[in-house]
Write a protein that binds this ligand. Structure first.
Ligand SMILES: Cc1cc2nc3c(=O)[nH]c(=O)nc-3n(C[C@H](O)[C@H](O)[C@H](O)COP(=O)(O)OP(=O)(O)OC[C@H]3O[C@@H](n4cnc5c(N)ncnc54)[C@H](O)[C@@H]3O)c2cc1C
Ligand code: SF4
Length: 449
């Protein structure tokens, strides 16, 4: 592969440093005092975990940092990750009443981070788990869904063990979120805190390989499935076996290990797809030193699934977008040398259907590149879960009761990306917490609130 020259450690540090800086105490109090503490907080409704935002901000203003942390953690077990990674523009901050007045919304994410930085530094004691209730939960996966289920589970008196394939826990909080949003250390801080509540984590254990479903069922009263979407969807392109073809999530995980000089990037990189992960792959390639980065998308800009603010970030990084462009094949001798594409046009589908992209004949062109990163989504894949009786899986989503998160097999509950097809950390955090409450209500029907 035609590898881009390595950067100096100083340049890597600058490129991957977190782009949102922390508040100091005075700035946090000043921002907290700007909040109107709305009675009917629209921000709280817009937060999928429904943190009492006015309350935690009011506590920052009055210097009650412990109370502020308690308000946040009572609703969300991974609030540092959320503070740094939530797409606040379309969640809490997007709902702030200041937007209607054409004023800057309250910086809720940054204030949440201020409280959580204080909390993890000071480590005050906040919660006491209920006495053991004699039942256990086996949690598959240590991403935010699994962590939230486990933390809430121990609070309710369950004996909880998480089984995680990876040697380092945290799921995509540890291995996916762009380093310029948050570091691996932030994710691992939250994992350590959850362990300190009494959650056990067995890493390097893949359910379906190192332990069977039958063994898990034997060991636990209920099982929570929080496996995310472990398999990259494939787009079959001739030339995909050439050196320099990567899957976006795998590539991002290499970057996330934060040993930047050890990750090779091509001088010219093409990313296939235009979701948020594709944008991350593009901006991270630029920050690793790629000279030109292209996003290849078969539909138009208005149909991209990436958030507009992620798109703007990629534009600032000089990523070039090829709209209505379909990859046809990858060419090269041993390693990638070009991506051959064709132009598309949108043609009307049948009544009510959205327009479909169709190849423009004779429009093929060759884009010289050294690396191709496929980012066309994730799915559940061929899974050990197919061995679980009555579990209904359609479109890479496990079907659950939306209130209790119980699956059609009463012993199993599920949450996070594996039930919603891939949303955000904050959705997974909500699902996991609610599932633990669902498990409690199922096993202790008379004592459940
Ligand atoms: C590249 C990328 C960037 C993202 N950036 C953001 C962002 O900036 N902000 C945001 O809010 N969201 C972001 N997301 C989405 C977010 O990371 C996910 O929605 C969230 O992590 C889902 O949590 P989860 O617990 O369901 O799954 P995951 O975080 O995927 O965790 C699942 C865990 O289960 C483990 N596992 C799987 N199978 C098994 C098995 N058989 N046995 C044992 N363990 C198993 C996996 O190893 C993994 O650790 C991003 C996603 C990606 C891919
Ligand atoms: S968890 Fe996310 S959406 Fe909810 S208040 Fe915090 S930053 Fe906003």
């Amino acid at each position: 592969m035609n590898v881009a020259p390595k950067l100096s450690e100083k340049e890597y540090k600058k490129n991957f440093t977190e782009h949102v800086t922390p508040f100091n105490r005075d700035a946090a109090v000043a921002e907290a005092n700007r909040c109107l503490y709305c009675y009917d907080s629209p921000c709280m409704d817009a937060c999928p975990t429904h943190i009492d935002i006015s309350e935690f901000i009011r506590k920052i203003a009055t210097g009650n940092m412990k109370g502020s942390a308690k308000t946040i953690l009572s609703a969300n077990w991974v609030p540092l990750t959320c503070a740094k990674a939530c797409p606040v523009e379309v969640l809490c901050e997007g709902a702030c009443v200041f937007n209607d007045k054409q004023e800057k919304p309250i910086e809720i994410g940054r204030l949440q981070r201020h409280t959580m930085d204080w909390f993890y530094q000071e480590k005050p004691s906040l919660f006491t788990p209920a006495s053991p209730n004699g039942k256990s939960i086996g949690v598959i996966g240590s991403g935010p869904a699994g962590l939230a289920c486990a933390a809430e589970g121990v609070m309710l008196g369950f004996d909880v063990t998480i089984y995680e394939s990876n040697d380092t826990p945290g799921g995509l909080d540890t291995w996916g979120i762009a380093p310029y949003k948050m570091s691996q250390a932030d994710s691992l801080t939250e994992v350590e805190y959850i362990k300190s509540l009494g959650v056990k984590i067995q890493t390097g254990v893949t359910i379906g390989k190192d332990k069977t479903i039958a063994q898990l069922e034997e060991a636990h009263d209920t099982i929570f499935i929080g496996v995310g979407l472990p398999q990259g969807k494939n787009i079959s392109l001739p030339g995909s076996d050439l050196k320099g073809v990567e899957n976006a999530v795998d590539y991002i995980a290499k970057v996330k290990a934060e040993k930047y000089s050890q990750v090779d990037v091509g001088r010219k990189v093409a990313i296939i797809g235009c979701g948020n992960t594709a944008i991350d792959a593009a901006t991270e390639s630029v920050r690793l030193g790629a000279e030109e980065v292209y996003i290849i998308y078969r539909r138009g800009k208005e149909e991209m699934t990436a958030y507009w603010f992620e798109y703007e970030l990629a534009q600032k990084d000089n990523v070039r977008f090829f709209w209505l462009t379909n990859p046809v094949r990858i060419e090269g001798e041993g390693h990638v040398q070009a991506l051959v594409c064709e132009k598309m046009e949108l043609v009307a589908g049948s009544a009510g259907e959205r327009k479909k992209p169709q190849a423009v004949s004779g429009s093929e062109f060759s884009l010289p590149v050294d690396m191709v990163i496929k980012s066309v989504g994730q799915d559940l894949g061929d899974h050990f879960l197919s061995g679980v009786e009555k579990l209904e899986i359609a479109n890479s989503r496990i079907k659950v009761n939306p209130e209790t998160f119980q699956t059609d097999n009463p012993k199993y509950f599920a949450g996070g990306d594996c039930i919603n097809g891939g949303k955000e950390v904050v959705n997974a955090a909500y699902d996991g917490k609610k599932a633990a409450q669902g498990i409690h209500a199922f096993l202790f029907p008379t004592t459940a609130e």
